[in-house]
Design a protein around this ligand. Structure first.
Ligand code: NDP
Length: 309
C-alpha cells in the first residue's frame, strides 16, 4: 500500500492544472492519468479560445505542455485508472486498475466527462464499424465518403466542419428547428457547401451489412407532416453532449440529477472535507478548458489549506 498527501484523479486540463499548483505548493501530488491521458482535449483538433494563443494551439500540444509543467513541479504521474474508492475512512483509500491500493490525505476528483450516445441498439452493433463519438479520431476513415453528425451544439458544429474537410458530404442531424451552437460556429456551418443541416430530425436506427450504410430518420415526429426515410451514409458521428464521470464517487458525494458533483458555492469543496472536485465532472454549465484550468487551481489551493490544518 502506498500513501500520498494529495491524490489527483484525472489528467485533463483540471487535473494537470491542479498538479501544477499543488506541486508548486510542495505537496508532491500523485496523479492518476486514467484511460485517456490528456482528457477530452486530446480528441479535438485546434483550440482557439485558450488565452495566450492568438493563432490557436494544437490541442495535443497544449495538453502535453500542461502535463510537462505539472511534472516540472514534482507531480508523480501514474498511468492508471481508479476502480474503487472508500471516502468513509481516513486516510481515504483508492484501488487502481492493476489492483494496487493507495491511501491519500486528500483527493482532487478531475475525472471529466464522456460522450453520450442516443441509446439505440444499433450504436452498439456498429461501434467501430461506422459509429463514432470522435470525428478527429475516426474522421480519417471517411475520406470522400458521406457522413452524418448528430447534435446542434458547438461540438457537433466543430465535428461537422472538421469532417467536411475530409468527407464528400456531411449531414448535421438536429432534433430542434435551430442550432444551439455559438453564432460563429453556426456561420461556419451555413457557409460550408458540403454541410447540409437536417433540422427537426431524429435518428431511430442504422442499417448496413458489415458496417453502417445508412440511417433510419424521422422528420417532425408526431406532426401532421411527419416523414420517415432512409439516409444513405457511411459514417455516423455522435456529438450530443457528455455525462460526468462521477459514478465511483456518487455513493459518497452529492451530485445533481445528471450526475455532476455538487460543490459548495463558488468553491471546489465537496460534501466531504478533504475531497475536492474540479473540471467538467463538477461543471454542468460552462465545460470550457479555461474554466477547468481555473477550477483545478482552486482545488489545489483548497487542498493545500486543508492539509495545512
Ligand atoms: P451541448 O449540450 O451544448 O449540445 C448538445 C447538442 O446535442 C444539442 O443540440 C442537443 O439538442 C443535442 N442532443 C442532446 N441529446 C440529444 C438526443 N438524444 N438526440 C438528438 N440530439 C440531442 O453539448 P456540446 O458538447 O456541443 O457542448 C458542450 C459545451 O462545450 C458547451 O458549453 C459548448 O459551448 C462548449 N464547447 C465549446 C467549443 C468551443 O468554444 N470551441 C467547442 C465544443 C464545445 P437540444 O439543443 O435540442 O438540447
Amino acid at each position: 500500500m502506498s500513501h500520498t498527501k494529495l491524490l489527483i484523479i484525472g489528467s485533463g486540463v483540471a487535473g494537470y492544472t491542479a498538479a501544477i499548483y499543488a506541486g508548486r505548493a510542495n505537496l508532491q501530488p500523485t496523479l492518476l492519468e486514467g484511460l485517456q491521458p490528456g482528457g477530452q482535449l486530446t480528441i479535438t483538433t485546434e483550440v482557439e479560445n485558450f488565452p495566450g494563443f492568438p493563432d490557436g494551439v494544437d490541442a495535443n500540444e497544449l495538453m502535453d505542455n500542461i502535463r510537462r509543467q505539472a511534472e516540472r513541479f514534482g507531480t508523480k504521474m501514474l498511468p492508471n485508472a481508479c476502480t474503487k474508492v472508500d471516502l468513509d475512512v481516513r486516510p481515504f483509500r483508492v484501488t487502481l486498475d492493476g489492483g494496487e491500493e493507495w491511501t491519500a490525505d486528500s483527493i482532487i476528483i478531475a475525472t471529466g466527462a464522456s460522450a453520450k450516445y442516443l441509446g439505440l441498439g444499433d450504436e452498439q452493433k456498429y461501434m467501430g464499424r461506422g459509429v463514432s463519438a470522435c470525428a478527429t479520431c475516426d474522421g480519417f476513415f471517411y475520406r470522400k465518403k458521406v457522413v452524418a453528425v448528430v447534435g446542434g451544439g458547438d461540438t457537433a458544429c466543430e465535428e461537422a466542419s472538421y469532417l467536411a474537410g475530409i468527407a464528400s458530404k456531411v449531414y448535421l442531424i438536429v432534433r430542434k428547428p435551430f442550432l444551439r451552437a455559438s453564432k460563429i460556429m453556426q456561420e461556419r456551418i451555413f457557409s460550408n457547401e458540403k454541410i447540409e443541416v437536417l433540422f427537426e430530425t431524429n435518428t431511430i436506427g442504422l442499417y448496413g451489412e458489415n458496417g453502417v450504410e445508412g440511417a433510419h430518420l424521422i422528420y417532425r415526429k408526431g406532426e401532421s407532416d411527419e416523414r420517415r426515410y432512409d439516409l444513405p451514409i457511411d459514417g455516423f458521428f455522435l456529438a450530443i453532449g457528455h455525462h460526468p464521470n462521477s459514478e465511483l464517487f456518487s455513493p459518497w458525494l452529492k451530485t445533481n440529477e445528471e450526475g455532476y458533483i455538487i460543490t459548495e458555492g463558488n468553491t471546489p469543496c465537496t460534501s466531504i472535507p478533504g475531497v475536492f472536485a474540479a473540471g467538467d465532472v463538477a461543471d454542468a454549465k460552462y465545460r470550457q478548458a479555461v474554466i477547468a484550468a481555473g477550477s483545478g487551481a482552486k482545488a489545489a489551493m483548497e487542498a493545500e489549506k486543508y492539509l495545512a490544518q
